[in-house]
Design a protein around this ligand. Structure first.
Ligand SMILES: Cc1ncc(COP(=O)(O)O)c(C=O)c1O
Length: 371
């Protein structure tokens, strides 16, 4: 299957994205024994939930804006139910939020590097997508001065990920409050994809607490190992939340109700579901940091948060490295071209520690081969 380049962001008159090449690649890449491409923790086993079929309420009724799930999300994230909009995963939450926030031709600012489907969705919706840099030599920090320099009077929306995908850099509340000031000056909003935020150390509260300018998306996918439930949500000020619910009547109408029931069961015991994941991630980050430290051909800020890391390979284009790793060592990483930085690559730290250990051994061998 041919691998296509990441789409050019649609500028005025530019091509509108009609697909996500990254997502297609991520779904259909050949399987390997040591998949360090993953950005989520191991799947939680649903058969450990105290579940009987009656819990799934197979009554065929329609449950619009299913109140128990909305309340469970609101409780967990310390907001009111009126601020919560349900969506199928963070993916649909992002799409719905973007669709509600931008009109064709609106100027928006998106971080670079970023999660490619955010760019694709904005382009599909006809936004005039401009970019601002998060620089590797600055630890991919959210530099609000740089965002301000890239912004114009017409900027309607600023889009970031926090934790940052691919680097896991954390934007702290001081950064976010500075960003809020900028958004207020521009009369713009800020969309933050927070799907990795619960894996910050320690976990941070959602930016939804910092003001009505913030529109935050999240799901049970990455940190809780429940991607199959597709339980995602948007936190937004109530008026916008209402608009997004209404907009969703054009898209998905309702969530799959049985999945909503399962998500409620999961929310009732989310800390148990999290289990020893934070300890595993801490171990894996330490293992990764030691690996990078020992290699002269890699540069990477120390992994402190999150489930992924994004080292730079001094050997050049990481596609060559990814090919060698897959073909000779049955191991996979995400080539940096998917994040517009081909000399970087993304390593998933959410796999069991023995898998990470062996994956890193094999990565080391591939790097040695290519020296
Ligand atoms: C930043 C970001 N947002 C959203 C998603 C998708 O999340 P979900 O499975 O909840 O749709 C991913 C998955 O890689 C991601 O990295």
């Amino acid at each position: 299957m041919p691998l296509l380049a990441a789409p050019e962001p649609a500028g005025p008159g530019g091509m509108r994205a009609m697909q996500s090449d990254y997502m297609h690649w991520a779904k259909f890449k050949p399987p390997v024994r040591f998949p360090l491409t993953s950005s989520e923790v191991p799947h939680f086993r649903m058969d450990s939930l105290p579940l009987n079929l009656a819990d799934l309420d197979m009554d065929g009724a329609s449950h619009p804006r299913y109140a128990p799930l909305r309340a469970a999300i609101a409780r967990r994230y310390g907001v009111t139910p009126e601020q919560v909009v349900a969506a199928d995963g963070t993916s649909m939450a992002n799409f719905l939020a973007l669709a509600g926030l931008i009109a064709p031709g609106d100027a928006i600012l998106v971080e670079r590097p970023t999660y490619e489907p955010l760019l694709g969705a904005a382009s599909f919706l006809g936004a005039d997508v401009r970019r601002f840099e998060r620089r590797a030599d600055d630890g991919f920090r959210l530099d609000v001065d740089r965002i301000a320099a890239a912004a114009g009077a017409h900027t309607r929306l600023i889009v970031i990920t926090n934790l940052h995908n691919p680097s896991s850099a954390l934007a702290d509340e001081a950064d976010l409050l500075a960003l809020r000031e900028l958004a207020q000056r521009l009369d713009a909003r800020i969309l933050i994809d927070e799907v990795y935020l619960d894996s910050a150390v320690p976990p941070r509260r959602s930016a939804a607490h910092l003001g009505p300018e913030f529109v935050c998306t999240n799901s049970l996918t990455k940190v809780y190992g429940l991607s199959g439930l597709r339980c995602g949500w948007i936190l937004a000020e109530p008026e916008l939340a209402e608009r997004l619910w209404r907009l969703n009547d054009l898209f998905g109408v309702n969530q799959a109700h049985q999945a909503e029931r399962l998500a409620c069961l999961a929310f009732d015991r989310l800390d148990d579901i999290l289990g020893d994941t934070p300890a595993m991630l801490e171990r894996n980050r330490a293992r990764f940091n030691a690996f990078v430290e020992a290699r002269a051909d890699l540069e990477c800020m120390a992994a402190e948060h999150g489930i992924v890391a994004f080292p730079r390979w001094l050997g050049g284009d990481s596609d060559a490295l990814a090919d060698r790793l897959r073909e000779r060592y049955h191991t996979a990483v995400v080539p940096g071209r998917w994040f517009e930085l081909p000399d970087h690559f993304r390593v998933g730290l959410g796999v069991p520690s023995d898998v990470l250990d062996e994956g890193l051994n094999r990565l080391g061998a591939a790097l040695d081969d290519l020296q």
